[in-house]
Design a protein around this ligand. Structure first.
Ligand code: BES
Ligand code: MN
Ligand code: ZN
Length: 498
């Protein structure tokens, strides 16, 4: 799907679907929709609104054939909801739903007005960005393993999507907005594709290859022997139960100008989590190919950063391996030593993510960076607390956490802060080592965070637990069922805010 801006009049543009909009309870459309209404002899106001009862509720849609009265084949009227509740996030959401509708209508060419730039008065750049981002996110599907495309037999791919605006002075902003939305949307889908790939395809080696293939960044892979030399005893213990070799992935983007900030992103990269010897149940294991969602987000961010070229230096770090119960597997009761010398008693081999992150965080903390953010499908407890709607966030610096929460909000991702109270440290006390890797049933997301905190030395650090939001079982806002690319938009918006 190619997304472009087009200067021109809506009444003169030929396409399969022309998208216009209505705010809730507007009886007489104004602006662009008003123009189309007049061109159709008042069909929208007198028929769609009055007779058909179209209310303009958010995501409400009405398809109106034009029977040759306009060069466009059909007009798609989309409800924007109440004007007072309207914001940029709503544009992203409706844009995703519009694409799904247009696909169902088998359209190949779509033209759309610039939602939000009319009575809502939002800036053209951001509106265009949201339209591009939402359309690309809405256009995502993962059907490469279907040999026959059953339910979409003759479903056509959308070829062109044009954002139409009459005002010549807005064209440059719209173009740039589309470009930003395209980069961010593609980064999200890049992550979603990697997550959807089965674990038999996306092994640690494949994840490393993928990282190496990203253009415009530096990438280095540390093999097991090098990781051993560096003292990554926690990460390597997790890797031992699998015959797939572990791959420690280091990526780096360096701006041409002096960086405004130096940031490390650490992504959990367990390509399959069986639970190890403390094996998961069939139900619990079924979707554990998703346990590299933090890694996928990290790579998506690195890919986007290479295109966005911000004046921020960014390191992307992934300690990737499988968590399997092979004969060399690490065992409950084992004592591991992480790269910073701290020892961890294994209480449960299914609490493997924090062990791999411990060494990845140590590695990040040794770099010349000011801030570290990790993204991880870390705890079932976090999904129990916040569901599929919000990721948990915690850390050691409130300002950094706040900035990430608001960047998430801007990117359409909800974060909710969970506490790291000192008392939680008691729950990961070990009789024989510095700590143990599980804190039991209570406050599971926080006790996991308390362990991570031990490995960031004195860096500003935030931890985003995406266990509940990385892979959803129903459509939520602009996201369809399946992998969501959680963390990509939030962190990219953070980088762009610096
Ligand atoms: N990868 C899981 C967490 C997870 C669960 C992610 C569901 C996505 C969806 C993690 O490695 C894990 O198994 N955590 C355990 C920790 C426990 C043993 C302390 C959990 O949450 O049950
Ligand atoms: Mn686990
Ligand atoms: Zn895991």
């Amino acid at each position: 799907m190619e997304i472009k801006s087009k200067q021109g009049s809506l009444t003169e543009i030929a396409c399969d679907v022309l998208v216009v909009n209505l705010f809730e309870d507007v009886k007489t459309p104004g602006g662009a929709t008003g123009t189309i209404d007049k061109e159709l002899d008042g069909l929208i106001s007198s028929y769609v609104i009055k007779k058909e009862g179209f209310k303009g509720k958010l995501n409400e849609m009405y398809v109106l054939p034009t029977y040759g009265q306009l060069p466009a084949d059909k007009v798609l009227i989309v409800g924007l909801g109440k004007l007072k509740d309207f914001n940029l996030n709503k544009i992203r959401e409706i844009s995703s739903k519009i694409i799904k509708k247009a696909k169902a209508l088998k359209s190949e060419s779509i033209c759309s007005i610039l939602h939000g730039a009319g009575s809502a008065g939002l800036d053209a750049f951001s509106c265009a960005q949201m339209i591009a981002e939402g359309s690309i996110i809405g256009n995502f599907s993962f059907d490469k393993y279907k040999t026959k495309k059953e339910d979409n037999n003759d479903k056509k791919e959308i070829k062109t999507f044009e954002v139409v605006e009459l005002d010549a002075s807005k064209q440059a902003d719209i173009k740039q907005g589309i470009e930003r939305g395209r980069i961010i949307g593609n980064a999200v889908n890049f992550a979603r594709n990697l997550i959807h790939e089965p674990a038999c395809e996306v092994t640690p080696s494949k994840l490393a290859e993928t990282a190496l293939s990203i253009e415009g960044i530096e990438c280095k892979i540390l093999e097991k022997e090098e990781a051993e030399k560096m003292g990554m005893g926690a990460y390597l213990a997790v890797a031992r139960g699998s015959c797939e070799p572990p791959k420690f992935i280091y990526t780096h983007y360096k701006p041409s100008k002096k960086p405004k900030k130096k940031l490390a992103i650490v992504g959990k990269g367990i390509t399959f989590d069986s639970g190890g010897l403390d094996l998961k149940s069939a139900e619990g294991m079924r979707t554990m190919k998703q346990d590299m969602s933090g890694a996928a987000a990290t790579l998506g961010i690195m890919q986007a950063v290479a295109a966005l070229k911000p004046d921020v230096e960014i390191h992307g770090i992934i300690a990737s391996c499988e968590n399997m119960p092979g004969s060399k597997a690490y065992k409950p009761g084992d004592v591991l030593r992480a790269m910073n010398g701290k020892t961890i008693e294994v209480d449960n081999t299914d609490a493997e993510g924090r062990l791999t992150l411990a060494d990845a965080l140590c590695y990040a903390a040794k770099l010349d960076v000011e801030e570290i953010v990790d993204i991880a499908t870390l705890t079932g407890a976090c999904s129990v607390a916040l569901g599929q709607v919000a990721a948990g966030i915690m850390g050691n610096n409130q300002e950094f956490i706040n900035a990430l929460i608001s960047s998430g909000e801007k990117g359409g991702e909800k974060f909710w802060q969970l506490p790291l109270f000192d008392e939680y440290k008691d729950d990961i006390k070990s009789d024989i080592a510095d700590m143990k890797n599980s804190g039991g049933r209570y406050a599971g997301a926080s006790t996991a965070g308390m362990l991570l905190k031990e490995f960031v030395s004195d860096k500003k650090w935030a931890h985003i637990d995406i266990a509940g939001v990385a892979y959803i079982d129903k459509e939520i806002r602009e996201l369809s069922k399946g992998a969501t690319g959680a963390g990509v938009r939030a962190v990219l918006n953070y980088i762009l805010s610096l």
